[in-house]
Write a protein that binds this ligand. Structure first.
Ligand SMILES: [Zn+2]
Length: 90
């Protein structure tokens, strides 16, 4: 069974404060995350290994964005997101 079947997915955005490496402006960016919330019960058709995996599964979210465009209008360069955890348990 695909582990995705254990979760209900919903997109969300969360603000993060990032520094542009080109112009060094610090701005708040709304980063896109995918929330994977563990379902209340195991979906039908699960076998024993699925049950064990489901028992250990936790709700979490993963960062979808890996780059942002600088908000400084004189810069506007795209830069890699760093210093932000790309995965978090919730
Ligand atoms: Zn910049």
């Amino acid at each position: 069974m695909d582990e995705r079947a254990f979760y209900t997915e919903s997109p969300t955005t969360k603000p993060a404060s990032l520094n542009c490496p080109y112009c060094h402006a610090q701005e708040s960016y709304d980063l896109r995350w995918m929330v994977r919330k563990k379902k209340d019960r195991l979906p039908g058709g699960a076998d024993e290994p699925d049950r064990a995996k489901f028992a250990k599964a936790q709700s979490y979210m993963v960062l979808l964005d890996d780059k942002v465009a600088c908000k400084n209008l004189r810069c506007r360069k795209r830069f890699d997101i760093s210093g932000v955890k790309t995965m978090a348990f919730i």
